[in-house]
Design a protein around this ligand. Sequence first.
Ligand code: DGJ
Length: 740
Amino acid sequence: MPIVYHEKSKEFHLYNKEVSYLFQIIDNGQLGQLYYGKRLRDREDFSHLFERCSRDMAPYNFEGNCDFSLEHIKQEYPTFGNGDMRYPAYEIERVNGSRIVEFAYDSHKIYQGKPELSGMPATYVEKPEEAETLEVTLKEPYIHMKMVLIYTIYEDYPVITRSVRFENESEDDQVLLNALSGCVDLPDRDYEMIELAGAWARERNVVKRYLEYGLQGIYSMRGASSYQFNPFLVLKRPKADEFSGEVLGFSLVYSGNFLAQVEVDNYDVSRVLLGIHPHGFRWTLKQGESFQTPEMVMVYSDKGLNKMSQVYHELYRTRLARGKWRDLERPILINNWEATYFDFNEQKIYELAEKAAGLGIELFVLDDGWFGKRNDDTSSLGDWYPNEEKLKGGLRLLAERINGLGLKFGMWIEPEMVNKDSDLYRKHPDWVFAEVGRNMCHSRNQYVLDFSKKEVRDYIYDMLERLFLDLPISYIKWDMNRTLSDIFSNGNDREYQGKTYHKYILGVYELYERLIQKFPDILFESCASGGARFDPGMLYYAPQAWTSDNTDAVQRLKIQYGTSMVYPISSIGSHVSASPNHQTGRETSMEMRADVAYFGTFGYELDLMELTEEDLEKIREQVVFMKEHRSLIHHGTFYRLKSPFEGNETAWMVVAKDRREALVAYYRILQPTNTGFCRLKLEGLDEEVMYQIEDLDYDCYGDELMQSGLILSDTASGVRNSKWKEKGDFQARLIKLTAI
Ligand code: DGJ
């Protein structure tokens, strides 16, 4: 029984084999936090963990009592101003202008399973026994509002999910100024915070800092989760690393504005807050209305970062991603973007597809430029009908001819956007964000459609439905190429404007949902100028995402390493592209490029017509390799072994669930000379099993490979008889282990 309520002590204990989460109803009816960490054996009373204190100058909540101050109490879901002076988890503006509220425990229920969050992405269960849920209802007597704190603990994962629902039962309007998804008050500050930070073409780099007094956090106010920061943070003990130590992961299942913040107060309590960013958020609740926050997913690991990531991978791959493609082998694709950009016609596309088919590639993706009058990025977004001038004979014929080659056909869309030079904009100039008549920022010559409006979504849906019904489509790349700015929803009142950001992303989710329900066989890949919306929310609709517009194998090491902190390898879109690389100008070998791209959903993004026979032959072999190994790579357990953020080498490996096979990847950026010996300690193998090491003339037991390490010294280490003789920068090696 993973959730118990102890009546006498008024304590809730959520626990499974690995994790415990404890809180209690405190004297004023609020909920006080007692513990979050490694599993504790259950007992009737943990109230000794509740620290009361009487510090000078604290605001106390009860007359004549000096040991109950919310300022010093660790809380589940704190408000501001009646004792607690730290950043709150929510804020309500009452009808009289006051923001002081006091929600108190009313009731609770515990049940098997996990509820859906209507209209929003969330992790799920397939059978009720997989998880248990606790809903605690608190009520605010003065304003007749209800708040339901929803917790789910999974039976087999150290995972607790949280969200909150507000319900207005009064006749007055109540205004939510802030409604985060959860708060955790940790009793000390001995943590390092890890975040994933970056920019276009260098997404999700791993950044670490020690917690300091005051605020530290990351956020997006760009309308999308963004490449600047990801809706995720880690608190780890300073000594914890990839392999050991205590690590707490906090991830938000949401694709819009977010805030992920840690406040360390002056008494060393670290308050973690995660949820929708309060900026631009002002949600009026009328009588009978409710507001549901997105879901926050907390993972506990006592075995370092790898373990935390493995839990996220498994959960997000199997209980967040959905649909037919969730468990299926993903097709090896070729995308024409870097091969042609906008400059193509039906002949060029067909030739590329024909070449790809001959190499064993399975899916052809026609990227940007096939619709309206689009020949560059100044026109046609919004006009989702084929460009017949460019594609003579029409898109259907082209798609059918591609199918005739034995390739599936997929295409690119960017449904949330419009160019001024488009039929859509000419007809509906008020459908974009920004007040009609005012100057508005463009980005890549495009503007954002107001997806908070149903009529706009319906219009786009109808166009896309027509298109998808007309064409033999197996795959869609859904792009989104700009930051949202000038947020204003035309024709709507002041009250509505405070809902626009969130309604926009709910609108995106709704359109996705309609399309995946109507076209369940289509594989969706999300994209946002590369990885500007690579988040758990999107994974609920599209099981894979284009990771970055940067396809350079060397820089991809950092991008994919960082992305793997939370996101499953089966979601990481990664392609072999041209050398010299289009973003960096760097030249790398075909082997290096593929050896990096294998660790994701594999494909190609280059002009096959320009390659030598030798390179084409290599591609043929790579395709065979990936077909053989994609199931291992996508469904196995992934370990990061050496970080590209810490040195010249990167290494990672993936081990099959039954530990009978594994694939180790080792990359070296710059070629050293006469360097030290090189050994790589492996992870996750079966100690008792003897593994054959491909290409080496000896076998090893799992314990040797994990304790003593795989010897990788090569001629750079002065080892003349090494099998590895390659010289030069940007080297990669793949080593396959098979149980004998
Ligand atoms: C940005 C994407 O990330 C690219 O892969 C490509 O699809 C372009 N958009 C097309 O405009």
